[in-house]
Design a binder for this molecule. Structure first.
Ligand code: ATP
Length: 258
C-alpha cells in the first residue's frame, strides 16, 4: 500500500488532509489545484504544471533549502526598494496562494495583476473575484491596454499602469517565453519555480527554487522583518545575493541530494 492510500481522493475540504501525513504539502497542493480547476480559476494545463513541480519538490525534500531562503530575503529587499512592484497572478497561483499573495502585496505595497497564458474573459474575471474574496481591493490585468514586446498577441497583454510600468515583477510559475520577454524589458524579475533548469528561473535576477506555498509567506516574513531597514541595508542584501550559486545549490540538491 502506498502512503497516498491513507488519504481518500474524495477529500472535500483541505482541513480533512491530516497535517501529520508525510506528503501533507503535496496533498494540499494537489487538492487546491483540483478545486481551482473546478472553480474555473485554473486551466487543465495547470495540473500538468503542478505534477512537474511536485516531482521537483519531492527531490528537494519538500523543504525551503538555505539558498531558497536567501533568494526569498533578496526578493523581499528588491520589493521594498522598488518604485512600482507588481505581483503577477496566474491560475495556479490563484488556486494555491490567493490570500498569501494579497498579504505579500500589502507588506511591500505592490499591485496584483492577473496574467494568463490561456486567457479568457471568464477566467480573468473568476480569478479577480477569487482574489477579492481573499482580501484584494484593487486587481489589475482586466484592462490589458498595453503589450509586452516580442510576444504573440494573447500572451503579451498587460495593464499599462501595472506590469508594463513596473520596475520589479514577481512572476511565479511563469512560462519561459514571457519571462524572457519581461527580462528583455529590463525589469527586475523575481521568479518562483521548483525547476532550476526551467527557462524562467534561468533568466530571473532572483530565482526562487521553492514551492510557492512555502515561498510566498516566507518572502512576506522577510519583508515584515526588513520593513524598517534603511536603503543601504536593503541594497547590501540585494548585492550579496548570488543567483548562479542559488541555481547551482538547488540543482545539486535535486540531482545528488546534497
Ligand atoms: P519553461 O517553458 O519555463 O522552460 P515548463 O514548460 O516546464 O518550463 P511551465 O509548464 O510553463 O514550465 O510551468 C510549470 C513550472 O512551474 C514548472 O517548472 C514547475 O516546476 C513549476 N511549478 C509547478 N508547481 C509549482 C509550485 N507549487 N511551486 C513552484 N513551482 C511550481
Amino acid at each position: 500500500m502506498s502512503e497516498y492510500d491513507t488519504v481518500s481522493a474524495e477529500v472535500e475540504h483541505e482541513d480533512e488532509i491530516p497535517e501529520d501525513h508525510p506528503r501533507y504539502q503535496d496533498l494540499l497542493t494537489r487538492h487546491r489545484i483540483e478545486k481551482g480547476v473546478e472553480k474555473g480559476i485554473t486551466h487543465l494545463q495547470g495540473m500538468h504544471a503542478e505534477g512537474r513541480g511536485s516531482a521537483f519538490d519531492y527531490l528537494l525534500g519538500e523543504k525551503t533549502i538555505p539558498s531558497a531562503d536567501a533568494a526569498e530575503r533578496a526578493a523581499a529587499a528588491h520589493l521594498l526598494l522598488a518604485d512600482h512592484p507588481v505581483l503577477s497572478i496566474n491560475g495556479n497561483v490563484a488556486a494555491l496562494v490567493p490570500g498569501e499573495m494579497v498579504d505579500l502585496a500589502a507588506a511591500v505595497d505592490a499591485d496584483l495583476e492577473v496574467n494568463l497564458f490561456n486567457r479568457t474573459p471568464e477566467r480573468m474575471q473568476a480569478i479577480a473575484d477569487h482574489l477579492r474574496e481573499h482580501g484584494a481591493t484593487d486587481v489589475k490585468g482586466l484592462e490589458a491596454d498595453a503589450s509586452i514586446p516580442n510576444l504573440d498577441h494573447q500572451r503579451a497583454k498587460v495593464d499599462e499602469d501595472g506590469i508594463y510600468a513596473a520596475d520589479v515583477v514577481v512572476v511565479p510559475l511563469e512560462d519561459g517565453d514571457r519571462a524572457e520577454a519581461l527580462e528583455a524589458m529590463d525589469k527586475t524579475e523575481i521568479v518562483i519555480d521548483l525547476n532550476p533548469l526551467s527557462r524562467s528561473p534561468q533568466v530571473a535576477e532572483v530565482p526562487i527554487v521553492d514551492n510557492i506555498i512555502r515561498a510566498v509567506p516566507n518572502v512576506t516574513d522577510h519583508a515584515l522583518e526588513l520593513a524598517d531597514a534603511d536603503e543601504g541595508d536593503l541594497r547590501e542584501i540585494v548585492e550579496g545575493f548570488d543567483r548562479e550559486r542559488a541555481l547551482e545549490a538547488a540543482e545539486e540538491r535535486i540531482r545528488r541530494g546534497l
